[in-house]
Ligand binder design. Structure first.
Ligand SMILES: [Zn+2]
Length: 234
Protein backbone atom coordinates (compact mmCIF):
# COMPACT_ATOMS: atom_id res chain seq x y z
CA UNK A 1 0.00 0.00 0.00
CA UNK A 2 1.19 3.51 -0.76
CA UNK A 3 1.40 5.43 2.48
CA UNK A 4 2.58 8.64 0.89
CA UNK A 5 -0.82 10.40 0.84
CA UNK A 6 -1.34 9.44 4.49
CA UNK A 7 2.10 10.73 5.47
CA UNK A 8 1.66 13.98 3.55
CA UNK A 9 -1.74 14.66 5.06
CA UNK A 10 -0.42 13.81 8.50
CA UNK A 11 2.46 16.24 8.02
CA UNK A 12 0.01 18.96 6.90
CA UNK A 13 -2.03 18.31 10.05
CA UNK A 14 1.08 18.66 12.19
CA UNK A 15 1.75 22.01 10.45
CA UNK A 16 -1.80 23.10 11.02
CA UNK A 17 -1.73 22.10 14.69
CA UNK A 18 1.50 24.02 15.19
CA UNK A 19 -0.09 27.17 13.74
CA UNK A 20 -3.25 26.72 15.81
CA UNK A 21 -1.19 26.11 18.93
CA UNK A 22 0.79 29.28 18.25
CA UNK A 23 -2.45 31.27 17.88
CA UNK A 24 -3.89 29.76 21.03
CA UNK A 25 -0.80 30.58 23.04
CA UNK A 26 -0.16 34.11 21.77
CA UNK A 27 -1.76 35.72 24.78
CA UNK A 28 -2.38 39.46 25.01
CA UNK A 29 0.17 41.21 27.29
CA UNK A 30 -1.95 41.22 30.45
CA UNK A 31 -2.73 37.55 30.07
CA UNK A 32 0.86 36.67 29.22
CA UNK A 33 1.96 38.41 32.41
CA UNK A 34 -0.56 36.44 34.47
CA UNK A 35 0.64 33.25 32.80
CA UNK A 36 4.27 34.03 33.67
CA UNK A 37 3.34 35.04 37.22
CA UNK A 38 1.36 31.85 37.65
CA UNK A 39 4.22 29.66 36.43
CA UNK A 40 6.63 31.46 38.79
CA UNK A 41 4.24 30.97 41.71
CA UNK A 42 3.72 27.30 40.90
CA UNK A 43 7.49 26.78 40.94
CA UNK A 44 7.83 28.78 44.16
CA UNK A 45 5.13 26.74 45.93
CA UNK A 46 6.83 23.53 44.78
CA UNK A 47 10.21 24.72 46.03
CA UNK A 48 8.83 25.86 49.37
CA UNK A 49 6.91 22.61 49.88
CA UNK A 50 10.05 20.63 49.17
CA UNK A 51 12.14 22.72 51.59
CA UNK A 52 9.45 22.45 54.23
CA UNK A 53 9.32 18.69 53.85
CA UNK A 54 13.12 18.49 54.21
CA UNK A 55 13.01 20.67 57.30
CA UNK A 56 10.30 18.49 58.83
CA UNK A 57 12.39 15.38 58.22
CA UNK A 58 15.29 17.17 59.84
CA UNK A 59 13.05 18.21 62.75
CA UNK A 60 11.87 14.63 63.28
CA UNK A 61 15.46 13.34 63.35
CA UNK A 62 16.57 16.04 65.79
CA UNK A 63 13.54 15.39 68.04
CA UNK A 64 14.45 11.73 68.18
CA UNK A 65 18.05 12.57 69.03
CA UNK A 66 16.90 15.02 71.69
CA UNK A 67 14.61 12.44 73.35
CA UNK A 68 17.50 10.00 73.43
CA UNK A 69 19.84 12.67 74.85
CA UNK A 70 17.24 13.55 77.49
CA UNK A 71 17.06 9.90 78.57
CA UNK A 72 20.83 9.76 78.93
CA UNK A 73 20.82 13.01 80.88
CA UNK A 74 18.12 11.65 83.23
CA UNK A 75 20.19 8.53 83.81
CA UNK A 76 23.26 10.64 84.58
CA UNK A 77 21.23 12.77 87.02
CA UNK A 78 19.95 9.68 88.82
CA UNK A 79 23.49 8.32 88.99
CA UNK A 80 24.62 11.61 90.53
CA UNK A 81 21.88 11.48 93.16
CA UNK A 82 22.83 7.92 94.05
CA UNK A 83 26.57 8.50 94.22
CA UNK A 84 27.86 8.22 97.75
CA UNK A 85 31.62 8.33 97.50
CA UNK A 86 33.49 11.49 96.50
CA UNK A 87 35.30 9.89 93.57
CA UNK A 88 32.01 8.47 92.30
CA UNK A 89 30.39 11.86 92.75
CA UNK A 90 33.04 13.69 90.70
CA UNK A 91 32.70 11.20 87.87
CA UNK A 92 28.91 11.49 88.01
CA UNK A 93 29.09 15.30 87.81
CA UNK A 94 31.37 15.08 84.81
CA UNK A 95 29.03 12.56 83.17
CA UNK A 96 26.02 14.80 83.77
CA UNK A 97 27.87 17.82 82.35
CA UNK A 98 28.70 15.84 79.26
CA UNK A 99 25.11 14.61 78.85
CA UNK A 100 23.75 18.13 79.26
CA UNK A 101 26.18 19.38 76.67
CA UNK A 102 25.08 16.64 74.26
CA UNK A 103 21.44 17.47 74.80
CA UNK A 104 21.92 21.14 74.05
CA UNK A 105 23.83 20.17 70.90
CA UNK A 106 20.48 18.82 69.62
CA UNK A 107 18.18 21.30 71.34
CA UNK A 108 19.66 24.40 69.70
CA UNK A 109 19.41 23.22 66.07
CA UNK A 110 15.98 21.76 66.81
CA UNK A 111 14.76 25.13 68.02
CA UNK A 112 16.26 26.78 64.94
CA UNK A 113 14.63 24.34 62.57
CA UNK A 114 11.28 24.78 64.34
CA UNK A 115 11.50 28.55 63.96
CA UNK A 116 12.42 28.08 60.30
CA UNK A 117 9.47 25.72 59.78
CA UNK A 118 7.10 28.27 61.25
CA UNK A 119 8.18 31.04 58.92
CA UNK A 120 8.23 28.63 55.97
CA UNK A 121 4.66 27.56 56.75
CA UNK A 122 3.56 31.19 56.74
CA UNK A 123 5.36 31.90 53.47
CA UNK A 124 3.97 28.74 51.87
CA UNK A 125 0.42 29.60 52.93
CA UNK A 126 0.76 33.12 51.49
CA UNK A 127 2.33 31.87 48.31
CA UNK A 128 -0.30 29.15 47.84
CA UNK A 129 -3.11 31.67 48.33
CA UNK A 130 -1.53 34.01 45.79
CA UNK A 131 -1.04 31.13 43.36
CA UNK A 132 -4.68 30.07 43.66
CA UNK A 133 -5.85 33.63 43.19
CA UNK A 134 -3.61 34.12 40.14
CA UNK A 135 -4.76 30.78 38.73
CA UNK A 136 -8.38 31.80 39.09
CA UNK A 137 -7.74 35.15 37.40
CA UNK A 138 -5.80 33.49 34.59
CA UNK A 139 -8.44 30.82 34.02
CA UNK A 140 -11.16 33.40 33.79
CA UNK A 141 -9.32 35.45 31.17
CA UNK A 142 -8.27 32.23 29.43
CA UNK A 143 -11.89 31.12 29.13
CA UNK A 144 -12.75 34.42 27.44
CA UNK A 145 -9.67 34.15 25.23
CA UNK A 146 -10.63 30.62 24.15
CA UNK A 147 -14.21 31.71 23.45
CA UNK A 148 -12.83 34.47 21.22
CA UNK A 149 -10.72 31.86 19.44
CA UNK A 150 -13.53 29.38 19.04
CA UNK A 151 -12.67 28.77 15.39
CA UNK A 152 -9.14 27.67 16.24
CA UNK A 153 -10.41 25.51 19.09
CA UNK A 154 -12.82 23.75 16.75
CA UNK A 155 -10.17 23.43 14.05
CA UNK A 156 -7.83 21.86 16.58
CA UNK A 157 -10.44 19.31 17.62
CA UNK A 158 -11.08 18.43 14.00
CA UNK A 159 -7.38 18.18 13.21
CA UNK A 160 -6.72 15.99 16.23
CA UNK A 161 -9.56 13.63 15.28
CA UNK A 162 -8.25 13.36 11.72
CA UNK A 163 -4.73 12.80 13.05
CA UNK A 164 -5.96 9.78 15.02
CA UNK A 165 -7.66 8.39 11.89
CA UNK A 166 -4.54 8.80 9.79
CA UNK A 167 -2.20 7.41 12.42
CA UNK A 168 -4.32 4.28 12.61
CA UNK A 169 -3.50 3.61 8.94
CA UNK A 170 0.21 3.36 9.62
CA UNK A 171 2.23 0.55 11.16
CA UNK A 172 3.45 1.49 14.66
CA UNK A 173 7.11 1.31 13.55
CA UNK A 174 6.42 3.57 10.61
CA UNK A 175 4.43 6.01 12.72
CA UNK A 176 7.20 6.06 15.33
CA UNK A 177 9.79 6.89 12.68
CA UNK A 178 7.56 9.59 11.22
CA UNK A 179 6.93 11.17 14.62
CA UNK A 180 10.63 11.19 15.45
CA UNK A 181 11.34 12.94 12.16
CA UNK A 182 8.56 15.48 12.74
CA UNK A 183 10.17 16.41 16.04
CA UNK A 184 13.79 16.10 14.98
CA UNK A 185 13.35 17.83 11.62
CA UNK A 186 11.07 20.63 12.80
CA UNK A 187 7.91 19.41 11.12
CA UNK A 188 9.55 18.48 7.81
CA UNK A 189 9.48 14.68 7.91
CA UNK A 190 8.36 14.08 4.33
CA UNK A 191 10.04 16.07 1.57
CA UNK A 192 9.95 16.16 -2.17
CA UNK A 193 12.96 15.39 -4.36
CA UNK A 194 13.72 18.18 -6.80
CA UNK A 195 16.36 17.91 -9.51
CA UNK A 196 17.71 14.82 -7.80
CA UNK A 197 18.18 16.70 -4.53
CA UNK A 198 16.57 16.15 -1.13
CA UNK A 199 14.74 19.39 -0.42
CA UNK A 200 15.11 18.77 3.29
CA UNK A 201 18.90 18.86 3.53
CA UNK A 202 19.90 19.89 -0.01
CA UNK A 203 21.96 16.74 -0.50
CA UNK A 204 22.21 15.44 -4.04
CA UNK A 205 20.92 11.88 -4.11
CA UNK A 206 23.05 9.09 -5.53
CA UNK A 207 21.99 7.65 -8.88
CA UNK A 208 20.92 4.24 -7.54
CA UNK A 209 18.76 5.91 -4.91
CA UNK A 210 17.06 8.02 -7.56
CA UNK A 211 16.41 4.88 -9.59
CA UNK A 212 14.94 3.20 -6.52
CA UNK A 213 12.79 6.24 -5.87
CA UNK A 214 11.29 5.81 -9.33
CA UNK A 215 10.50 2.19 -8.50
CA UNK A 216 9.33 2.55 -4.94
CA UNK A 217 7.00 5.28 -3.81
CA UNK A 218 9.00 6.38 -0.79
CA UNK A 219 12.56 6.14 0.49
CA UNK A 220 14.62 7.73 3.20
CA UNK A 221 17.29 10.33 2.52
CA UNK A 222 20.71 8.83 3.22
CA UNK A 223 21.88 12.09 4.68
CA UNK A 224 19.03 13.45 6.82
CA UNK A 225 16.77 10.33 7.04
CA UNK A 226 13.74 12.32 5.91
CA UNK A 227 11.09 10.45 3.95
CA UNK A 228 11.56 11.26 0.27
CA UNK A 229 9.13 11.18 -2.60
CA UNK A 230 9.32 12.21 -6.20
CA UNK A 231 6.82 14.68 -7.69
CA UNK A 232 5.48 12.04 -10.08
CA UNK A 233 4.34 9.86 -7.19
CA UNK A 234 1.99 12.33 -5.54
ZN1 LIG B 1 18.00 14.85 3.15
Amino acid sequence: MNFLPVLLELQAIHDNLTIIQRDLSSFPPEMAKLDTDLKTLVRKVEGLSKNLEESRTNQAALSKDLIQAQKLEDLARTALKNSTQKIQYTAAIRELDERERQKSAFAKPLKDVETRIQSMEIELAECTALRDQTKEEFEEIHRIFMAEHENQVLAREKALARKVELEAKLEPVELGRFNRLIVGRHGRAVVIVENGTCTGCRTKLRGPLLAQLREKSILNCESCSRILYSPAKV
